[in-house]
Design a protein around this ligand. Structure first.
Ligand code: GLV
Length: 382
């Protein structure tokens, strides 16, 4: 087992919060201090194991901020409950690493960090889309290998997005933000798939199209796909923004890859297991004009055999939300989720979370996933 270093802040605090990784910024720590917490932070360079998590909780722990790289299941929540804890926040918007039902059964509130990482992640989806379409990884490797001798009319021809169609799978906050970049930045038509229609997004594309028409430029369109197959067949760029659930595991498998255009670009900034990675490797081998841009992997940090050998994929190490703005915002929301719960404050009841980033945050947990199930009052309704 690796040696772990811990740093304790505010040892005089009457409550104890465990944070399983160092987080950026100071505001989050101040929020926990103001809630009377001693804060024990692990300076880990690899994920804590289940045993290390239980040891860290010990026999006295009121709340935890944990990471997507850790498994938070029945045993971990049992240990937290037995140590007197009632609050856990994931330092992420996605929470597929958390057994929410087990936490709820044990009376532990679970938070996540939506809203603060939306634009950062959407920008990375756009960056990956361009990098894959315009073959940036391949061209950079070529140059660094000393192979760039002269400009050539045929050197690294890639895909032009303008006027083509972007397919956005999952139109939550990040999906909508990415869709706006594809439409308003790249001027692509949009097709999206989501269980719920997104009238605000559709209206925005209509208004943008009107603006383009007024400039004498070709319009753009937006429609909601009836089925994923319809979206895949129509799209030149497919960007995945679904949460990982039992239904979305291997959503993009061999059959669905075959349903895509042979020269399409596939981008994944959601969760790795949404794509059958072995099937993707096979597909990219057989279709050299198909391109993929991945930030997440099925068995992170491992890559499927053969993936890193492919020239037509661009691979990033799960950095979707990696801007100081997003990462400090995530720390603030995670700390506020835990601190407010320990103080018995209600749960926030609106999607807008900006108020928590200001000087005078509301006395509420910004994003609790099981507030209703646990009977936690909603802000302003107590
Ligand atoms: C990161 O992957 C997140 O879900 O926030």
């Amino acid at each position: 087992m690796p040696q772990r270093q811990w740093r304790s802040h505010f040892p005089q605090g009457s409550r104890r919060v465990v944070v399983t990784q160092e987080l950026p910024g100071r505001r989050w720590l101040e929020m926990l201090r103001a809630a009377g917490c001693r804060v024990d932070v692990c300076r880990a360079d690899s994920p804590l194991s289940a045993e290390e998590i239980r040891t860290a909780i010990g026999d006295r722990c009121d709340g935890v901020i944990g990471q997507v790289t850790e498994t938070w299941g029945e045993n971990e929540f049992r240990a937290l409950r037995a140590a007197g804890g009632c609050a856990y926040s994931n330092y992420a918007v996605g929470y597929n690493n958390v057994d929410l039902a087990a936490a709820t059964r044990l009376g532990i509130a679970v938070g996540n960090t939506p809203g603060v990482l939306t634009e950062t992640t959407a920008e990375l989806a756009a960056a990956l889309a361009l990098a894959a379409a315009r073959r940036l990884g391949e061209s950079e490797r070529f140059l660094r290998a000393g192979k760039f001798r002269t400009w050539l009319p045929t050197l690294f021809l890639g895909t032009l997005f303008r006027g083509k169609t972007a397919g956005v799978v999952g139109a939550g906050r990040i999906g909508v933000a990415a869709a706006r970049i594809f439409v308003e930045g790249f001027r692509m038509h949009l097709i999206y798939q989501d269980p719920r229609p997104q009238p605000a997004l559709e209206e925005r594309v209509r208004a943008f199209s009107g603006f383009l028409a007024a400039q004498g430029e070709p319009p753009v369109s937006c429609r909601r796909a009836e089925t994923l197959e319809e979206l895949l067949a129509a799209s030149d760029l497919v960007s995945l923004h679904t949460p990982l659930t039992a239904e979305t595991r291997h959503l993009i498998d061999a059959r669905r890859l075959a349903a895509m255009k042979p020269d399409a670009v596939l981008v994944n900034t959601s969760r790795g297991p949404v794509i059958d990675e072995a099937a993707l490797v096979e597909h990219c081998r057989r279709h050299p004009d198909f391109r993929a841009g991945l930030d997440v992997y099925e068995r992170e940090p491992e890559l499927a055999a053969g993936l890193a050998d492919l020239e037509n994929v661009v691979l990033l190490p799960h950095i979707g939300s990696a801007s100081p703005e997003a990462r400090e915002g995530m720390a603030i929301l995670a700390a506020a989720n835990v601190a407010a719960r320990l103080l018995g404050h209600p749960a926030w009841n609106r999607p807008e979370i900006e108020a928590f980033l200001g000087e005078d945050p509301p006395p509420a947990s910004p994003s609790l996933l099981n507030a209703a199930e646990l009977g936690i009052a909603r802000f302003g309704e107590a």
